[in-house]
Design a protein around this ligand. Sequence first.
Ligand code: GDP
Ligand code: ZN
Length: 319
Amino acid sequence: MAGRRLSQQQKRRIQQSQAVVDLKDENNHSGLVISHRGGEVEVEPLDNDQANLQCNLRANLGSIVSGDRVVYQQTEQEAIIIAIQPRDNLLQRVDGFGQVKAVAANVTQLIICLSVEPQPNLFLLDQYLLSAEQQDIEALIVLNKIDLVDDIDSDPFDLEKIYQPLGYQILYTSIKDHYHIEQLQQYCSGHTNLISGVSGVGKSSLTQVILPDEEIRIGEISESSKEGRHTTRTSRLYHLPLGGDLIDTPGVRGFNPVVDPHISIAAGFREIDAASQHCKFSNCKHLNEPKCAVISAVETGEIDSGRYQNYLKLLEANS
Ligand code: GDP
Ligand code: ZN
């Protein structure tokens, strides 16, 4: 707990240091973090046409990740980041030692990659969707390897039936037939994207078609901590040909999303959030309370019972 309190204090200090940085001061420049490795941060200047800079970090800034917008100062000897600009969001994961690690900042679209084989895990999908809702990030559900299905119109795994009425976009793709790859590129444009999903669903393959000029390693097992291997490649923000960015996070593309316990879980389930307006009690958790509109909607089939079960599981895991 002491460690946690300290980090809260550190956060406050960082926020204070953010507040005093004046971008009108001509020594201060704004930049976009492209990558961060071992204390060296590659920054793209946002207020001039200079080439990218390797920046050092002022002490006590906290973690800096791809997608961060920063303020830096440049002397003849060095460029140094003096502040992180306020973030729209910060995606985090839990590492193999139970530590929360920042993955990327200011993401606007989370691409949740599922596949026909291995089959989708809808509990994990709902966890990603919850995390995206909590962070105010749009979510795009991609079902890859659709070439392995005989009849696409059969709505494999009921993804369209369950998720389309909630307002989520679902895209079926195949690397093999290049099916819907152009649509995927279009959906990515104008966003800062991040691809996530379990190992083997085709994230590296999709990243490669989105970034044809980069060399992405396909079929690696290094994501899996079980294998005891760690990739040495570092996360990086790429600009996309059609506009927008992709933050590629090799090695942690399969991250488990962190659910924020301070934000209501029900608010991250769109249909539960909507139905809860009609619950008798304003603090209804939709467990077994009388006159619960959510439970009624599950009983009538208006709310998918699988989604409701996943809500209950996440509620229990985070209470
Ligand atoms: P990642 O672990 O999610 O990054 O998955 P990879 O991109 O490494 O792909 C895992 C395996 O699935 C590789 O052998 C790929 O060649 C294969 N794969 C990827 N996309 C497709 C696809 O659309 N169809 C089929 N049939 N195989 C695919
Ligand atoms: Zn209720």
